[in-house]
Design a protein around this ligand. Structure first.
Ligand code: NDP
Length: 443
């Protein structure tokens, strides 16, 4: 059995039940087989075995008082996966589905994503099975303060720098920042996604969605195509989805769908983004409220967003939201490109369909790397006590996304897999991390 395959099998056997982590591990390591199995140095140094185990996982309880003075408790985690090329870096997710497997998959993906960004940041991820939905601001604050009272011991600008993710936006980051500063007594950039008033970077809120569009633009341009006049389908209606929609429209495309965990809206005239932002960012309501603004649009409860015909699909909600049957429907409807705004939104079988049918596909670790990249720019600004303009940050972001596209495109070509951006992104990210690990010895 090949080295790659034997490591995949042994890690899966040793981590029963961690299905999301197994999926991510299999996706990355399988695509590396051609280079890893032909280079004995990787096997001799047990590079894959070491990469597959987090350097550390911190698991802790988070007790807090709700508005009725009842004691609530959640489980929180920080997966410090790899510090080979820089301090651990990756978001915090607050969602009832959070568990060690999901955070291990996200932390593992983050290693390669961060390497691709070209910036000196390692891979990590964290979160809690806490649901901010339906909680008062005071409850969210007490939860964040309790979480940070424990977690601060493991964080720092040169150790581990979290950020936002699902369920963790400006409000949650602010509360976590305040508590950290109060405990350590230092004003330092230990978290990114901060408000502009206290050390945040202009352009960070927009970065993941905008970056997704910059990279997809490069991928389309590489095939002599573009966004202008195209119909775009987006899932999700959170940070990534909203900013992807803004940039898609700016590029001349028409965005016809958005969704949340309750269902999706289809507006053939093009989504009214002001309405979406009012519903999601101001009122924190469900997406079916959109019909109050646009009665001509259609709301469908549950899944099915990928049944709507589109030229370009941008899944921006959550993992495993686009299945094989969805991929076949997209292909039948003439979709030409798919780029992952979310982390691992497409199942392995769905990705296989895209590759079989010649649909351009950009994996999340490349396509959504804009967020972590601007987070790293926020770290630089904090260290240098500087604040760049929006245009400065946005132009650096465009450069970083172009660099990522070039790396994955060139790596795929170098290994005779031209157009296979999954393999290209994995190979380029892996080589950087593996080179650092080999240089640093057995650690
Ligand atoms: P938000 O919390 O802002 O938005 C998440 C969106 O996805 C919401 O519309 C939410 O609907 C929907 N959603 C969440 N869970 C599910 C589910 N199980 N089924 C259907 N819809 C769901 O998160 P972000 O926009 O920040 O993140 C979206 C994705 O992008 C995630 O995969 C995240 O890891 C990834 N990502 C985010 C980055 C960032 O900078 N924010 C950076 C890189 C990747 P509802 O409100 O009903 O839950």
């Amino acid at each position: 059995m090949s080295y790659t395959k034997s490591v995949i099998e042994s890690v899966i056997a040793k981590t029963p039940g961690e299905k999301e982590f197994h999926q991510a591990l299999d996706e990355v390591f399988s695509s590396l087989a051609t280079i890893v199995d032909n280079e004995p140095a990787y096997k001799d140094a047990s590079i894959l075995e070491r990469m597959a185990i987090p350097e550390r996982i911190i698991t802790f309880r988070v007790p807090w008082l709700d508005d009725n003075n009842r004691v609530q408790v959640n489980t929180a985690y920080r997966v410090q996966f790899s510090s080979s090329i820089g301090p651990y870096k990756g978001g915090m997710r607050f969602h009832p589905s959070v568990n060690a497997s999901i955070l291990k998959f996200l932390g593992f993906e983050q290693i390669f994503k961060n390497a691709l960004s070209g910036l000196p940041i390692g891979g990590g991820k964290g979160g809690a099975d806490f649901d901010p939905k339906g909680k008062s601001d005071a409850e969210v604050m007490r939860f964040c303060q309790s979480l940070m009272t424990e977690l601060h011991k493991y964080l720092g600008p040169d150790e581990d720098v979290p950020a936002g993710d699902i369920g963790v936006g400006a409000r949650e980051i602010g509360y976590m920042y305040g508590q950290y500063k109060r405990i350590v007594g230092r004003y330092e950039g230990f978290i990114t996604g901060k408000g502009i008033a206290y050390g945040g970077s202009l352009g960070r809120t927009e970065a993941t969605g905008f970056g997704l569009l910059y990279l997809t633009r490069d991928m389309l341009a590489n095939a002599n195509n573009g966004f202008d006049g195209k119909t775009v389908s987006i899932s999700g209606s959170g940070n990534v989805a909203i900013h992807a929609a803004i940039k898609a429209m700016e590029f001349g495309a028409k965005v016809v769908t958005m969704s949340d965990s309750g269902g999706f809206i289809h507006d053939p005239d093009g989504i009214d983004l002001a309405a979406i932002r009012e519903i999601k960012e101001v009122r924190r309501e469900r997406i079916n409220e959109y019909l109050r603004y646009r009665p001509s649009a259609k709301y469908t409860a549950g899944t099915g967003v990928w049944n709507i015909p589109c030229d370009i699909a941008l899944p921006c909600a959550t993992q495993n939201e686009l299945h094989e049957a969805d991929a076949l429907t997209l292909a039948a409807n003439g979709c030409i490109a798919v780029a992952e705004g979310a982390n691992m939104p497409c199942t392995k079988a769905a990705v296989h369909v895209f590759q079989e049918k010649g649909i351009m596909f950009a994996p999340g670790k490349a396509a959504n790397a804009g967020g972590v990249s601007v987070s790293a720019l926020e770290m630089s600004q904090n260290s240098a006590r500087l604040a760049w303009t929006f245009d400065e940050v946005d132009s650096k972001l465009q450069g970083i996304m172009s660099g990522i596209f070039t790396q994955m495109n060139e790596a795929a070509k170098e290994y005779n897999m031209a157009g296979n951006f999954v393999a290209g992104a994995n190979i380029a990210g892996f080589k950087k991390v593996a080179t650092a690990m080999l240089a640093q010895g057995v650690v």
